[in-house]
Design a protein around this ligand. Structure first.
Ligand SMILES: *Cc1c(COP(=O)(O)O)cnc(C)c1O
Length: 413
């Protein structure tokens, strides 16, 4: 099939690319992006994207509700971001040190996030969460970090959900608690004793395969109080939620400010960038730790981030995504009722997760997503999805039409 828009035909369809990949890439694809983790029929390879849509390597177009698993927040090929990228590319990207745009971006981040007195930039979310933990240990001179059971903080040995090839020692000095459970957090703090360096917690609970939960006020305030009492750092991992819920840190919605925060996904509308933001009281520790990377000074992603943050403010991003997501959620609720299928929608409007009742083996979720895919919507059966600002009401209607095919597939099964 020829993709629309007069583009050249892709170099090979999905099946041909998978066969070639199987020869030169272990298992054909690594990690969570292995399409075999998705229901049959999902493509592995994508050829292009525009606004709220993606095209697979066979030229099929979908409304994109994964948004590259979070980074695409304004829409694919946002014209303002593309222009900033082109302008910085013409000047230089990977240089002997940072370009002026680094200072501009750090000023913009410090300006918009309440607790931030300073910013440091990296590439991936895992770089940022790791740096937060390192800075917290450097600042406190202690070791123990409290992590919520099931929360994802990245794929490095200290935090990977799949510990193959890592050692117990990689995860030394960690204790677990349950998200939104004040008693379990208090128990973990007590167990840490005088060695508590930090509590790290995601902006909201978005663990794979379970209903999403917003942080309760009591939980957020307890985390703050316990860190203050112990002289430990409260770290918010806002890598996934950051900027989609609020202009600043997601916990500002609760009036609770962390000491350190980790950012990535939406920060530069798809360009590789991450950030650590911190309070002034952690500035000297942040200055002492040795962190760097070959590509961390890349100026083009920083220019993309400056443009992305500006556009987020211009369009009122969180409100816009919440409105669009509310429309989608109401439509989904109506369909679930019409087809008498138990559907649980959880999480913020802009990052929906759809799980079906009586679906322990995900047969319903898989049938639903497979049918929706065939009808032109790229959804996920187990992971939260993402809206972007280029999505329109018409796109949401197209998703709802595809979802209707999904509900029909469930009741036909
Ligand atoms: C994606 C994610 C990370 C890791 O980011 P990478 O860019 O994949 O290294 C960390 N924390 C959360 C909450 C994430 O969603």
């Amino acid at each position: 099939m020829t993709p629309p828009g007069g583009l050249q035909a892709p170099p090979g369809g999905d099946a041909a690319l998978r066969a070639r990949a199987a020869r030169v890439i272990p298992a054909g694809m690594w990690g969570h992006l292995d399409a075999r983790r998705l229901p049959a029929g999902y493509p592995q390879f994508f050829s292009r994207a525009q606004g709220g849509h993606i095209w697979d390597a066979d030229g099929r177009r979908y409304v994109d509700l994964m948004c590259s698993w979070g980074p695409i927040v304004l829409g694919h090929h946002d014209p303002v971001v593309d222009a900033a990228v082109a302008a910085q590319s013409a000047l230089g990207d990977c240089l002997n040190g940072p370009a002026p745009v680094m200072v501009e971006l750090c000023e913009a981040l410090v300006d918009r996030v309440a607790h931030a007195g300073w910013a440091m930039l990296q590439k991936n979310g895992s770089d940022a969460t790791t740096a937060c933990v390192t800075i917290a240990r450097a600042a406190t001179g202690r070791n123990t970090v409290l992590i919520a059971r099931g929360s994802y903080h990245g794929a490095l040995p200290w935090c990977t959900p799949v510990p193959v090839g890592t050692t117990e020692a990689d995860r030394a000095n960690q204790l677990r608690f349950d998200y939104n459970d004040v008693a379990s957090l208090e128990a973990a703090v007590t167990a840490a004793g005088h060695d508590l360096a930090a509590i790290i917690v995601t902006g909201f609970r978005h663990d794979n395969v379970v209903d999403q939960e917003m942080p309760s006020l009591a939980f957020a305030q307890a985390a703050r109080r316990l860190c203050d009492r112990a002289g430990a750092a409260l770290i918010i991992d806002d890598v996934r939620a950051g900027f989609r819920l609020h202009r600043g840190c997601s916990w500002e919605l609760l009036g609770v400010d962390p000491d350190l925060s980790a950012w990535s996904k939406a920060i530069a509308n798809g360009h590789p960038l991450a950030a650590v933001l911190g309070r002034d009281s952690f500035r000297s520790a942040a200055a002492k730790v040795f962190v760097t990377g070959s590509f961390w000074c890349g100026a083009v992603p920083m220019a993309a981030a400056v443009a992305t943050l500006g556009e987020m403010d211009r369009i009122g991003l969180p409100e816009r995504l919440a409105e669009l997501g509310g429309y989608l959620r109401a439509g989904m609720a109506r369909l679930a009722q019409r087809y008498a299928v138990g559907l649980r929608q959880s999480g913020p409007m802009s990052m929906p997760l759809w799980l079906f009742e009586d679906d322990a083996d995900f047969a319903r979720g898989s049938a639903f997503c497979r049918a929706a895919l065939a009808a032109g919507a790229y959804l996920h059966p187990k992971h939260n999805m993402f809206l972007n600002a280029a999505h329109t009401r018409a796109d949401m209607d197209a998703v709802l039409a595809a979802a209707e095919a999904g509900f029909q597939a469930i009741i036909a099964a």
